[in-house]
Structures are given as C-alpha cells and as structure tokens.
Design a binder for this molecule. Structure first.
Ligand code: ZN
Ligand code: ZN
Length: 480
C-alpha cells in the first residue's frame, strides 16, 4: 500500500504546486551545517561583539534623528565598524525623504489651573504659530470615539485622546497606541481641529518622559500641531478635565518639514562561497528618535545583526550563500530605508534566500514564525530545533513578516521570519529620553545574536530555497 499512497501524494502535490521539478524537492539543511549552527549558538552566548557595538554607537554618536546632525556621523561610524568587523564588501545605497526638524516644544494648561505640561512633538508635526496655539481641549477615550464625533464639537479645539497602553510580552497594545498616534492627528485635522494631543503610546505609568513617534501626516499643507503628553501629565490633564469646566491648553512647538534629505542604507556582505548572488538578509535600523541615545530602538538591532555576522565571518570558510547586514536609514519616519531598499531590489527578490530584521529591543527572542514555501517547512523546523534550547518556541501557524524595514522586501516576495522578542518592558522606554544603554542586558542581547547567527547560517547552507519569488507571500497575513 505504501508505494501507491506515495504516488497519489506526489500527484496531488503536482496539482497544488504545479509540475514537479528539482525546486519542488524539500529544502533541507545538511547535518554538518546543523552542527556548525549549534556551535555558533553556543559561542554567541559568550560573545560581546554586539554589546560593545551598541555601547560604542550610543556613546560615540548618541541619538540619530534621520537627517539630523548625527545622521552623517552615524553613517560614517557604521561604515567604519562594518569594515573593522571584516565584511568582504561594505557599501551604501541612497534614501531620500522629507527632512523633519525639531527645535523646541512647550505646553501648558492655561485655564482653569495654569501649569506647565511635559510633552513632545510628533514626527511630521508642523510648528505652532509664533506665540503658540491656545485652544480649548476636547477629550476622547478612543480613536473610534473621535471618528464618531460631530465635527462641530471638534472645530478649532485641541483634540486629546487618553488611551492607556498596558505591558504584555507581545507588546500588542502598541498597535492601538501607535494607531492613535498615526491616525488621530489626521482624523482630528479632518474635523477641523486646531491641534492634537495624546497620552503617550508607552507603558511606563509614572515616568515624566513623553514618547515621541510618527504621525500619519503626509502633506505639510494638511497637518496640525501634534504632540504626546507623558503619562503623569496625561493623568493631570484628565484630573483637570474632570472638574467639568472648559480646559484651555497652550501648545508652543517649533518644528516642521524643511525640504528633502538624502541619507544612506549601510550594507555589509559576507560573500557566499558557492552562490554569491543568493542572499540571507538581516539587519536593524541605524536612525533613532532624538530624545534618547537609540540603544533599544534600534542600536540593538544593528548590533545583533553585526554580532551574528561576525561569528559567521570567523568560521574557517564563508557559507555557501551571502550573509548581508543592512543598517537601514530612517525607519522611524516611515520605513524610508526599507522602502528604498525594496524598490531597488524588487526584481531580484527571488535571490533573497530568507530575511529578518531585529527592531523590538534587546530582550530575548521567545517565538519564531515563518512565511516560506511548504517544501521549506522542514528546514524551518530544523532551525527551530537548534533554537529551542535557548528559549525560542516555533509557531507554525503564524506568518513571518521580516521585521520593520525588511517587511518591505517580504511584501515583494522574500521568504521571511518573525523573531519575536519579549516586549514586556520595551514600551516603557521606547521613543523616550530613557532609551539608553542601561536598558540592555548583555546576556539577553547575546541570546538574540545566537538566534540570528543560527538562522542566517542555516539558511545560507540549505540545500534548496525557501520560496522567495515576486509576490510569493502576498496574502500571508504578516502585517509588519
Ligand atoms: Zn525601531
Ligand atoms: Zn522606533
């Protein structure tokens, strides 16, 4: 019975996946590569390349607002670092975007109880008129409540949304918090509001540090001043509102878009021995918001990828395929580096073996999921087996989105992983002055390096591919 059953299975596979050929053979990872990957994993746990990298980046450069004073310094720093780590090729690719500048930001309750407010302007917010913008506050509990509001109740006012994020391992509340930050200002403007405030999209309850981040504004001519209050300041505003009297707030923001800027993605290749044109892509984004030093977002991501590549570099010989580290430009203001990269390389997406970017801090990876062709599931399970002893669970049901910037290559058809980090505390510090090196535990960072070294190496050594092709994963549900 066995033989006919296999024939039937083969026939049905041919129906589902087209004519059977060499590419329909299951992708596997040779035993020798699995063994080397286990050694890489164990070595990574005691390697400090990633930590010393993020330490140097945040100490020697600090904050890296896209197009700001540190943009070029950070890029030159990254090029020098890539070269020092021994990449075979180090190069850059241009990324052009609107230049947003932040100069100063102040806020205050004017009436009924005058007092200052701690706030920060949001990305692409225009400045207020000279002398500031003073208007009555119109509060809402949610974005939906604002969407449902009669424009007459909003016109000329400063809209405030008070949604509070809570800590979870998967950071799911950020979808809601960042959704309010992105869409809230646009919806408020559409209803004729004069300004927009939100409770910071962050999970710290008692730190007077507002969380900055992007708005959904795309046209400077169609935007209103928008800012985030720290959580304690949002509490205070809500207490004042609870008196039931009209509350007037003054915003004084000096910021806005000033022309265009051309930055660069910084790229390093360990050139593959057998298939130099086939690429495993890993990375992080080099830019950060300006209040902190960009340690967890996303100095850690760049450092994790560099640390992983360094371990692979130090092997006796290069892997079969190229391992590429990309330090993306301007992720924060709208995935500009990722979109530029995907536009440039879309036609070659089939030569991207597998990819994933680290951009959720420096706490351990706890879950892996993948978007790959069915014949490569076995290879993903082989990777999962090497990662299981260091605390990574494999969820075979979820798609893999590739992370922030590399999500754009995934959208073009690159096979991708999602390597979910523990986000429990990430949003306490994210996009604030508290995004500093002390938030990174070197041991946890090293676990991340182990994960990236293992999957990059195993993908680079695989017999077969993971299914990258133009449009291959168009409706896999990966949202990043
Ligand atoms: Zn980031
Ligand atoms: Zn960020």
């Amino acid at each position: 019975m066995r033989r006919p059953a296999l024939t039937l299975l083969a026939a049905s596979l041919m129906l589902v996946y087209g004519f059977a050929g060499a590419t329909d053979a299951p992708t596997t990872i040779p035993a020798a590569a699995v063994q080397t990957a286990e050694q890489l994993r164990d070595k990574a746990l005691h390697d400090d390349t990633a930590y010393t990298t993020v330490e140097a980046l945040t100490t020697e450069i600090g904050s890296r607002l896209a197009g700001g004073v540190n943009d070029q310094r950070a890029r030159e720093w990254a090029i020098a670092r890539f070269k020092a780590l021994g990449f075979d090729k180090v190069y850059t690719e241009p990324v052009t975007y609107p230049l947003w500048v932040r100069r100063s930001e102040h806020g205050a309750i004017v009436a009924p109880f005058p007092q200052p407010l701690t706030l920060t302007a949001l990305g692409y917010s225009p400045g207020t008129p000279k002398g500031g913008l003073t208007a009555e506050v119109m509060p809402f509990a949610s974005l939906d409540a604002l969407k449902a509001a009669d424009p007459a109740t909003v016109k000329g006012k400063i809209v405030y949304i008070g949604f509070r994020m809570h800590r979870t391992k998967d950071g799911r509340d950020y979808d809601l918090g960042s959704g309010i930050r992105m869409q809230g200002p646009v919806v408020a403007m559409g209803k004729g509001a004069a300004g927009f405030l939100l409770r910071s999209a962050g999970t710290d309850a008692s730190s007077r540090t507002p969380h900055t981040g992007l708005t959904g504004f795309t046209d400077p001519a169609k935007s209103i001043p928008a800012a985030a209050l720290s959580n304690p300041d949002a509490d205070q505003l809500e207490r004042v509102l609870a008196y039931g009297k009209p509350v007037t707030v003054k915003l004084d923001l000096d910021c806005g878009i000033e022309g265009q800027y051309t930055g660069y993605n910084v790229i390093g290749d360990l050139v593959g021995r057998k298939y130099p044109d086939q690429v495993v892509a890993i990375g992080g984004h080099l830019d950060s918001w300006d209040p902190g030093t960009g340690a967890i977002d996303d100095g850690a991501g760049v450092a994790i990828a560099l640390g992983a590549a360094k371990l692979i570099h130090d092997l006796p010989q290069r892997p079969d395929r190229t391992v590429r580290v990309i330090a993306f430009a301007n992720e924060e203001m709208g995935l500009w580096g990722g979109r530029a990269y995907a536009d440039k390389h879309a036609a070659a997406v089939g030569s991207f073996q597998l990819g994933s970017e680290s951009d959720l801090g420096a706490a351990p990876v706890w879950q892996m999921s993948a978007s790959v062709k069915p014949q490569a599931r076995g290879a993903i399970e082989q990777i999962a087996k090497v990662l299981q002893p260091i605390g990574v669970a494999y969820d075979a049901k979820q798609p893999g989105g590739g992370g922030s910037d590399l999500s754009q290559m995934h959208r073009k058809g690159m096979a991708a992983l999602t390597l979910a980090q523990d986000a429990t505390y990430y949003f306490d510090w994210h996009h604030t002055a508290n995004d500093t090196l002390d938030k990174i535990d070197p041991k946890q960072l090293a676990q991340n390096v182990a994960v990236y070294a293992v999957f990059s190496y195993m993908a680079a050594q695989a017999d077969g591919d993971f299914g990258s092709a133009p449009g291959a994963f168009a409706h896999d549900g990966a949202e990043e």
